[in-house]
Design a protein around this ligand. Sequence first.
Ligand code: ZN
Length: 252
Amino acid sequence: MRPYILAENNWKTVKDSAYSVAVLPWGATEAHNYHLPYGTDILEAESVAAEAAKIAWEQGAKVIVLPVIPFGVNTGQFDVKLDMNMNPSTQLAVLRDVVEVLDRHGIHKLIILNSHGGNDFKTMIRELGLKFPNAFLCSCNWYQAIEQKAYFENKDDHAGEMETSVILHLRPDLVSLSQAGDGAAKKFKIKAIQEGWAWAERKWTQVTKDTGVGDPRKASAEKGEKYFKAVTQKVAQFFVEVATTRKDELYA
Ligand SMILES: [Zn+2]
């Protein structure tokens, strides 16, 4: 029984515990090339949250990890079989209910730990911030916490070397690396979008044949383990900082 995982604890423990920050892991259920499971983003979100919370808890931060939300925004992958789209407006409704529960029970800090590039919580946090002025709401993308370059040869956007390595570390039984496609992907022709200051959604199946964006073939469990350790250390420090920084002393 891990004291920082809500789903593993009973009411006797929970009602007598004072938590200072809740962590909501948020994933997606979608194809990850031919070799990774649909639950890749769920596994990553849960595992990063649990390990980072463990490290933070051992440093005295009262963190409580909520169950993962398994569906992400997959509007661009509408034609990929059983990619389980949850629209942004639905996500806002889900998030509002979670924040309302936390608010009612005196937990005024929430970290959304995001695993999926199509999820974007910024506008939701702005809107909910107005409704819950006592709440400190923030989100982070764990896959951006540290530079991937130091750990992997090929850049990963989706189901590439990084994600494959991480899942090889966490759940090797779910990886079929021998059937992986090369993850080759097309880029937008429009210059402003290429440069990153203009944005449009990618229609996934026009961009990649195997649903991957990034070459997974140099992935290994060893690389995944090293990277996972570094990421969870960094994310844990973020948890500790949020837990210990007073809401009236956020700015320096
Ligand atoms: Zn993924």
